[in-house]
Ligand binder design. Structure first.
Ligand code: GLC
Length: 446
């Protein structure tokens, strides 16, 4: 996606450049002695608060706001240079149908998702929640309803965890850009942002997640992010926060790609087409197979997958998203045990499979079905039994030092989009491609 000069990515670049420059400049002694940036550690009580999330693995992201009226991506205000007054008029057309969120929550549940995160306010600055700090919010405009409350009620009715996305960057607030250079503007704006976060944390009962986004144009000190998190945890002792207010947070948030962190909880968030907000012309849809494969990769590497829908302004979900999630849900219904709560799995090498594990059970996720035999190299454990997970049908296998061959399989994949073979091992299954396969194998003349 094209990102203009004031975008988040370029301003991160700027901030980094500024940091690099200022680190070369002489510092007054008291500054030089001060502790460096905030510690790279999760907030207090992380282990207790994160337990449910590590089990959950799969969540629904919802991007919804005035941009959904236009249907040309959630960055439409900035990327088409729409003046504020013209954009504000969209609020008159944003009148969601009743019970919109019930369909979201039902679909999330059916898809096997365990939590939901909705944009309470995106970069456009329009609140879907009830804020006393501006009239630019759904309850005080044509919608006349607290959409955030309706969202939470629907998620809770389906037994799903739920929380809010909240954009720190704000294109509507008069101080949203000015705060970069004027201290008085920064003071007003940070008070406004902290005030809205306080409202989110006090008006809706127990929240499970607060998902900050885009810290442009300030740094953590400018946002007073330490104080922000302290306030959030005082009000919501069980909540999880992400890292986009420029502190470590409870989990990191790679976007549109899977970045497995070794020493940190992490969540990869992704769109189903190329846009977070409703964008009907964007037909770049991922297939259910791609989504299942991404989810398996996240589970294999110890992370979560937060998958987005971009509803229309009336709250209805694009049919293509429903179709994809329904198929993913059908798969999760049979194979969810391979995903939920899965610890990291070291086995990964194959041209047509991926892997997850639970205890000593290795799940071989075959996404390109090779026919009657599926072969995995370098397993260091003995396999004691194997079966097709979806049907329970036993699978015969042969194992020698180098490889295990699952044999007698049907010519076509018995389950779609990915077929899982569950292999019971006599210990936690490690794969060793070097010692066992490359070095241990006799290669004539090498
Ligand atoms: C980016 C985009 C934003 C989207 C978010 C989700 O930061 O600016 O539109 O909400 O990613 O991760």
């Amino acid at each position: 996606m094209f990102l203009p000069p004031l975008s988040r990515r370029s301003c991160f670049g700027l901030l980094t450049a500024t940091a690099a420059l200022s680190s070369c400049a002489p510092k007054p002694p008291e500054q030089a002695a001060a502790p460096a940036a905030p510690p790279d550690e999760p907030p207090p009580d992380h282990e207790r608060r994160i337990q449910w999330w590590r089990q959950a693995k799969f969540g629904m992201f919802i991007h919804w706001g005035l941009y959904s009226v236009l249907g040309r991506h959630e960055w439409v205000m900035e990327n088409e240079g729409i003046p504020t007054a013209e954009y504000e008029a969209l609020a008159a057309q944003f009148r969601p149908k009743p019970n919109f969120a019930r369909a979201w929550a039902k679909l999330a549940k059916q898809a096997g998702m365990k939590y939901m995160v909705m944009t309470s306010k995106h970069h456009e600055g329009f609140g879907l929640f009830d804020t006393k700090l501006t009239t630019y919010c759904a309850p005080r405009q044509a919608a006349g309803r607290d959409l955030a409350a309706e969202f939470l009620d629907a998620a809770r009715a389906e037994g799903l965890r739920a929380g809010f996305y909240y954009s720190l960057m704000d294109w509507h607030h008069p101080d949203g850009a000015r705060c970069r250079n004027e201290e008085a503007a920064r003071r007003r704006f940070v008070d406004y942002i902290h005030g809205q976060i306080r409202e989110l944390c006090t008006q809706y009962g127990k929240l499970d997640i607060l998902w900050y986004d885009v810290a442009w144009p300030l740094d953590a000190a400018g946002w007073e992010s330490e104080a922000m998190n302290r306030m959030v945890f005082d009000l919501q002792p069980d909540i999880l926060v992400n890292n986009r207010n420029l502190l470590a947070g409870d989990f990191s948030t790679s976007e549109q790609r899977i970045v497995a962190e070794a020493a940190q909880d992490w969540e990869a968030c992704m769109t189903m087409n190329g846009s977070w907000g409703y964008h009907p012309a964007d037909d770049d849809w991922k297939t259910p197979k791609t989504i299942v494969r991404n989810l398996v990769t996240c589970a294999r590497d110890g992370g979560n997958y937060l998958l987005n829908i971009g509803p229309r302004a009336d709250g209805s979900i694009p049919e293509e998203s429903v179709r994809i999630l329904t198929e993913v849900g059908r798969w999760m219904g049979k194979n969810g045990a391979t995903i939920y709560g899965a610890p990291r799995c070291q086995v990964r090498r194959s041209n047509y499979c991926n892997f997850t594990r639970q205890g000593n059970t290795l799940y071989v996720h075959v996404h390109f079905w090779p026919g009657s035999t599926v072969t995995v190299a370098g397993l260091k454990n003995k396999i004691t039994s194997a079966r097709l997970l979806a049907s329970g049908q036993p699978v015969t296998y042969r194992q020698d030092g180098l490889r295990v061959r699952f044999t007698g399989l049907p010519a076509h994949p018995p389950d779609r989009p990915v077929t899982v073979i569950a292999a019971e091992c006599d210990g936690e299954p490690p794969q060793d491609m070097n010692e066992v396969v490359r070095i241990g194998r006799a290669r004539a003349g090498v």
